[in-house]
Ligand binder design. Structure first.
Ligand SMILES: Cc1cc2nc3c(=O)[nH]c(=O)nc-3n(C[C@H](O)[C@H](O)[C@H](O)COP(=O)(O)O)c2cc1C
Length: 154
């Protein structure tokens, strides 16, 4: 089975807890996983023969959390073209902001610019609807797993 890299950006910890939950659940399915702490990401270019999951909340007005911003900028300025990389995205936000889930949308745009392919539809979790984003993420994993199996990338 493919290795799954999970990366997160957070301000108050919900995206971190969600990423931790996702990583544990995916490991239970038999995948080898790596949960990257934001301070470990310098120089990390997601390997194209592994799967990538990015979990990020949004801060400011559609902004990327400070902890993961250096990695975002590094990818933007230095990453090679990654046409074989398959990625999935989980955004945490609040729909009372016009810039709902702006940070994960920026990741979506960047990864698309780099030629990477979305493996699944982006999951945008709305803090107006749930106080427990990790529960929505757990449900999402079932569809992630189905997609991984159906496109035979495992
Ligand atoms: C100061 C501040 C600014 C925020 N800006 C946005 C925003 O622009 N868009 C959005 O969708 N959510 C925004 N949010 C909501 C957070 O993204 C949401 O509460 C999220 O669940 C926080 O996750 P975290 O604990 O991982 O940081 C903002 C929250 C705060 C406190």
């Amino acid at each position: 089975m493919k290795m799954v890299n999970v990366v997160f950006g957070t301000v108050y910890g919900s995206a971190q807890f969600t990423a931790e939950t996702v990583t544990k659940e995916i490991a239970k399915l038999g995948f080898t996983t790596k949960l990257w702490q934001p301070n470990e990401l310098s120089g990390f270019v997601p390997p194209q023969d592994e799967l990538l999951i990015v979990v990020s909340s949004t801060t400011g007005q559609g902004d990327i959390p400070e902890d993961i911003t250096p990695w975002f900028n590094e990818l933007k300025s230095n990453a090679p073209y990654l046409p074989l990389l398959q990625y999935s995205l989980i955004g945490l936000g609040d729909s009372s902001y016009e810039t709902f889930c702006g940070a994960i949308k920026q990741f979506d745009e960047l990864l698309t610019e780099l030629g990477a392919k979305p493996l699944t539809e982006r999951l945008d979790i709305d803090a107006c609807e749930t106080m427990e984003p990790e529960i929505e993420a757990k449900t999402w994993i079932a569809s992630w797993h189905n997609t991984v199996r159906s496109v035979n990338v495992a």
